[in-house]
Write a protein that binds this ligand. Structure first.
Ligand code: ADP
Ligand code: MG
Length: 289
C-alpha cells in the first residue's frame, strides 16, 4: 500500500480481497509473497498513459455516484478536478486508486486493466501515491518513522535505505530539520508535507491528492501548494481534487469540472476558468472565484 490510511475499511471484489489497514499498518503475508512474483499481466505497458478511465460507473446501493466517466491522464499532466460537494470527486479518485471497485467500466493504470480480477492490485497500488485532506500520520511515531515504516513493511527496504530515502524526501518538502519531531509538534501544513514525503518515499509513478489543503488554516495552504507545484515542475503525473483555483490555473495542465457524477466540462484550466461554456460550470465558478 502506498500510504497508511488507518480508517480504510474492506475492499472486496469477486474472489479477490485486498489487504486493508485496521487501526495500524498491517500487511498480509500472502499478498507480500504475491507482490514479489512477477507476471506479465502486472507489468506496465510501455508508452501507455498513466491513467485511462473508460465508461466508469460507480453505485453505492441504488445511489449512482459516478455516471459514466471518461478521462485519460498522460505522463506529466496535472489534472485538477473541481466541482460541488457530493459530485463524486473523491469517489473518482478512490476508484482510480483502487480503494473502490467500479460498478461498470474500466480503469487502466499504465496500460494494466485493473478490472481484470487476476491483476495484482497491491503491486499496482504501490505505484500510485495518495494524499488526503486528513494527513493520517501515526501520532506516536517520529516524522522519520512515519516516512520509513511503509517503505520497510511494504517495499521491504532495509532500515538504513528507508531512512536515507526518508531524509531525502523530507528535504524535498523542506522539513529536514523535523525528522525527529512528532506530528503533534508540527503545524497542519508541515504535517501535510510529511504525508507528501511519505508518499514520495514509495517511488510512485503518479500522485493523487484529495483536497490536500482543505483542512489547513489559510496561512498554511501556500507551503503545501508550493511543494505540489515543485512536484509538478519535476514532471510528476498528478490528479488533484482542489478548491484552489489559483493552483488549478497556474499549475494545472487540464481542468475537469464534475457535477452529479459526470464530467460537465473540461479543458485548458485558464480557458475553462475564464470562459466556462456550461451553465453549471458558470454557476460553480461564480461561487468559488
Ligand atoms: P465529493 O468528493 O465530490 O464531495 P464524494 O465522491 O465524496 O463526493 O461523494 C459522492 C456521493 O457519493 C455523495 O452523495 C456521498 O454521500 C456518496 N458516497 C461516497 N462514498 C460512499 C460510500 N462509501 N457509501 C455510500 N455512499 C457514498
Ligand atoms: Mg471529496
Amino acid at each position: 500500500m502506498s500510504t497508511a490510511t488507518p480508517h480504510l475499511h474492506t475492499n472486496e471484489r469477486a474472489g479477490h480481497r485486498l489487504p486493508v489497514s485496521r487501526g495500524r499498518l498491517s500487511v498480509d503475508e500472502r499478498v507480500r509473497k504475491r507482490t514479489r512474483e512477477d507476471h506479465p499481466r502486472d507489468t506496465p505497458v510501455p508508452g501507455a498513459p498513466p491513467i485511462r478511465i473508460q465508461g466508469l460507473h460507480k453505485s453505492f446501493g441504488d445511489h449512482e455516484v459516478l455516471k459514466g466517466i471518461d478521462l485519460t491522464i498522460e505522463r506529466g499532466q496535472v489534472v485538477c478536478v473541481i466541482g460541488p460537494s457530493g459530485s463524486g470527486k473523491s469517489t473518482l479518485l478512490r476508484t482510480v486508486n483502487l480503494l473502490e471497485w467500479p460498478t461498470q467500466g474500466k480503469v487502466f493504470i499504465e496500460g494494466i486493466d485493473i478490472t481484470n480480477p487476476d491483476v495484482n492490485l497491491d503491486k499496482i497500488r504501490t505505484r500510485i501515491g495518495m494524499v488526503f485532506q486528513s494527513f493520517n500520520l501515526f501520532p506516536h511515531m517520529t516524522v522519520l518513522r512515519n516516512v520509513t515504516i511503509a517503505q520497510e513493511k511494504v517495499l521491504e527496504r532495509s532500515k538504513a535505505e528507508a531512512e536515507q530515502i526518508a531524509r531525502a524526501m523530507l528535504e524535498r518538502v523542506g522539513l529536514s530539520e523535523k525528522a525527529d519531531a512528532h506530528p503533534s509538534q508540527l503545524s497542519g501544513g508541515q504535517q501535510q508535507r510529511v504525508a507528501i514525503a511519505r508518499s514520495l518515499a514509495m517511488n510512485p509513478d503518479m500522485m493523487m491528492f484529495d483536497e490536500p489543503t482543505s483542512a489547513l488554516d489559510p496561512e498554511l495552504v501556500g507551503e503545501v501548494l508550493d511543494v505540489m507545484q515543485r512536484l509538478a515542475t519535476d514532471g510528476m503525473t498528478m490528479m488533484v481534487v482542489t478548491h484552489e483555483m489559483g493552483f488549478a490555473r497556474e499549475v494545472g495542465t487540464h481542468l475537469v469540472f464534475m457535477d452529479d457524477g459526470q464530467i460537465v466540462e473540461e479543458g485548458d484550466p485558464r480557458e475553462v476558468i475564464a470562459h466556462p461554456q456550461q451553465p453549471r460550470t458558470q454557476l460553480f465558478l461564480s461561487k468559488v472565484l
